[in-house]
Write a protein that binds this ligand. Structure first.
Ligand code: GCW
Length: 726
């Protein structure tokens, strides 16, 4: 091949790569920060014109990071390198900064946007038109820059901007369930991104990109280790590694937190006890906190799982959760750290209904926690099931800050082979009305402190991130990380808007792609509820691995780990009676909520079997019998996956070939697994109902025993050598 033709080919290749041609591969590493070229030529010209000059003197690390992001984004999307300017060129300048810089241009930044908020607006400064990004702090500037870049990513006009935004929640935190040996509990995207062995010496580019991605959606905290914690994390050797991560995160406004094991004073400190009221124990934690802050001056604080699933805790010494949390809070308070104390507790004594335990243990402690403690409550009362009613603790502890805990990793939503967009799940819980402060006291308003301004506020998401090239295992699982950040920032944002932005930023702005794909994203969680656990069924997955269906599980280590404990199917019917004739868990809700869910006239189908045990022939509002309705939902769920994959096939050529093909294959796996869920559950429940499955439905390919006897080896999400099975 001649010299020129080779050069020509290279240039052509580069051009094609730059335009994001769908013929080329994209492994998804860049997440929603793809910074695709702006395809519309007029728009690109207008952007370039308005952004020809930049006034952005960046002195601090954070401002430098913000500036570098801005320049990278503009270069990648517009092939634009704006000229660094000192004065404003009319209509062609973007000016960015905090009050200090903006003072010289006589621009005031309003206090109302707070420490982390920002303004993005078109304005006149000395008769000259320009775009202004302003914030009260460096981190506010970072958020402003990311959101400005987003406008270009989603191809919005920047001619008349007037945006003012700030986070509604103080602590917006990812919880990693990552072990020090790099396994990830309930992780489905490869091993832990934290390479503890190479830390602190080697700073992987991933840590920086992780922090960038978080900052782009306003996440400001990261708990880097599993709540089933290893005491070693507090050893000097590991604290040095944690410090190295903290140094990376700090640039992007992210604080580092650690999960701590309550027995650390014994395991690490050699004390005889971890009793929170013991002076030596208190001293141990106070000294430990001082030591941590000597490494990491802006350390965020501790996350604690205590007296739950075998973890040590204050109750082992006859003390309460408040005693334990407050002791740690005292140790952190001089440094302004916080304690996130989890309410996910259920003890071994097997209560009448696990649903009620957290409320029973925590409600009496309302108002007894120190100001820097926040109680972290899972969205529902059992455990991140495909659908749960909101946790009855929301609204029940008016004098205690409650931090929402959502699970982004899809432990109960099909791991990383099922496309499930979780924003509708978040919204369903957050918009639920607790009625505890009258009509309209939604979960969102409770946790953001609308009814008690003194409280600290926060939201946590159990991370779905691993060392897979695309971070989250499934290309669409990235949307859950993204949506979590956006929701924690402002829980009133609609799942549709978030999905729309994410699709445009991650894949393409092509309406013929965005619109059909957004539609199925919004439907995807309901699909999965349908083929896994419709009508309020819950906890019917495989034992221990939590993979695949396991409605027959009746011999797990504890009664409340059995599926049969929850569905209670028998010849008379199915469902958990939580009304007055049953466990009476409904009394934990406000009277309005209780009344609605306990009456069969008003209880929505979605929650029916959460609260009622009903006969197989019970007549549903659709006119079908309960049995027929159940079967209908299982079949509709699997069918919807088929429809989704048909829509996806039409997307070929609209995005890069690599992610197109990966999603296509994953959808086939999802379909097969959905059919397995459907057939296994329908056949199993039929052994009780003894009622027929309509002949128009496709028959199960296998008998029930086939599903019961199928073993799955090396299911991801469990550490160590635990390779078995259901
Ligand atoms: O649902 C259970 C998970 C455990 C997890 C626990 C928790 C980290 O199966 O793997 O442990 O919840 O939230 O503490």
């Amino acid at each position: 091949m001649g010299k020129y033709s080779l050069k020509y080919l290279c240039v052509l290749m580069l051009l094609l790569l730059k335009t994001g041609s769908s013929a080329f591969a994209d492994n998804g590493y860049k997440l929603w920060l793809e910074y695709n070229k702006v395809g519309n030529p007029q728009l690109a010209v207008a952007y370039r014109q308005q952004l020809s000059y930049v006034i952005f003197p960046a002195a601090s690390d954070r401002l430098k990071a913000a500036k570098s992001e801005l320049l990278t984004g503009l270069d990648e999307m517009l092939t634009l390198k704006p000229v660094d300017a000192k004065s404003i060129i009319n209509g062609q300048t973007i000016i960015i900064g905090t009050p200090q810089l903006l003072k010289s241009f006589s621009i005031a930044v309003p206090d109302s946007i707070g420490g982390e908020g920002y303004l993005i607006k078109t304005t006149l400064i000395g008769q000259k038109k320009c775009i202004l990004i302003a914030a009260n702090s460096d981190v506010g500037v970072i958020y402003g820059v990311f959101n400005f870049l987003k406008l270009i990513q989603i191809n919005q006009s920047i001619s008349k901007l007037n945006i003012s935004d700030h986070p509604r929640m103080m602590y917006r935190v990812l919880d990693h369930w990552d072990n020090l040996n790099r396994t990830v509990e309930r992780g489905y995207a490869g091993s832990s991104i934290w390479n503890w062995h190479k830390l602190p010496g080697v700073i992987d580019q991933r840590y920086i990109d992780y922090a960038r991605a978080n900052a782009s959606v306003g996440i400001n905290g990261s708990v880097v280790n599993n709540v089933n914690a290893d005491a070693l994390i507090l050893s000097p050797q590991y604290l040095l590694k944690v410090q190295a991560l903290a140094n990376v995160f700090r640039t992007y406004g992210i604080k580092i937190y650690l999960s701590v094991k309550f027995s650390s004073p014994v395991e690490l400190g050699g004390l005889k006890t971890a009793d929170p009221l013991d002076p030596a124990v208190k001293k141990w934690w106070t000294d430990k906190a001082d030591e941590i802050y000597s490494y990491i001056p802006d350390f965020g604080g501790f996350l604690v799982k205590a007296n739950s699933e075998g973890q040590p805790g204050p109750q082992s010494y006859g003390r309460t959760h408040a005693d334990g949390a407050n002791m740690l809070a005292d140790a952190l308070a001089p440094h302004h750290g916080i304690v996130m104390w989890r309410a996910f507790v259920y003890d071994n004594k097997v209560p009448d209904d696990r649903f009620k335990q957290a409320y029973n243990e925590f409600k009496p402690l309302d108002g007894k926690f120190k100001d820097n403690v926040i109680v972290q409550v899972k969205n529902g009362p059992i455990d991140f099931q495909p659908r749960e009613p909101f946790h009855p603790l929301f609204g029940a502890m008016p004098n205690t800050p409650l931090m929402m805990e959502f699970q982004l990793t899809q432990e109960y939503l099909g791991f990383s082979t099922h496309l499930v967009y979780e924003a509708p799940l978040f919204a369903e819980c957050l918009q639920s009305d607790t009625y505890t402060r009258g009509k309209g006291s939604t979960v969102a308003r409770i946790i953001r402190g609308d009814f008690n301004k003194k409280l600290i506020t926060g939201m946590a998401g159990v991370a779905n991130i691993g060392a897979d090239l695309n971070w989250c295992g499934h290309p669409f699982a990235q949307a859950n990380w993204y949506a979590f950040g956006r929701t924690a920032w402002n829980s009133d944002q609609s799942p549709a808007v978030i999905a729309d932005d994410w699709l445009r930023m991650t894949f393409t702005d092509d309406e013929n792609f965005v619109s059909p794909v957004k539609k199925f994203m919004l439907q995807s969680r309901e699909n999965t509820v349908n083929y896994m656990a419709p009508l309020g069924l819950h906890h019917i997955m495989g034992v221990s691995t939590h993979y695949g269906p396991g409605p027959w599980v009746d011999n797990a280590g504890r009664p409340d780990w059995n599926a049969t404990y929850y569905h209670k199917a028998d010849s008379a019917g199915i469902g958990f009676d939580r009304t007055a004739t049953g466990s009476n868990a409904l009394t934990q809700y406000a009277p309005e909520v209780k009344a609605r869910w306990e009456s069969l006239q008003t209880c929505p189908d979605e929650y029916l079997l959460w609260f009622h045990h009903l006969s197989w022939t019970y007549k549903m509002s659709s006119g079908r019998s309960l049995w027929d309705e159940l079967v209908y939902h299982y079949y509709a769920g699997a069918e919807s996956v088929k429809q989704m994959s048909r829509t996806w096939e039409k997307m070929e050529g609209k995005i890069d070939a690599e992610r197109f093909s990966e999603v296509k294959q994953l959808m086939q796996v999802q379909l097969n697994e959905a059919i397995t869920w459907r057939d296994a559950c329908v056949l199993y429940f039929q052994t009780f109902s003894k009622m027929p499955i309509e002949t128009t439905y496709p028959k199960s390919q296998h008998p029930l025993d086939y599903y019961r006897n199928t073993k799955f080896y090396y299911v991801p999400g469990i550490g160590g050598n635990n390779y078995m099975t259901n």
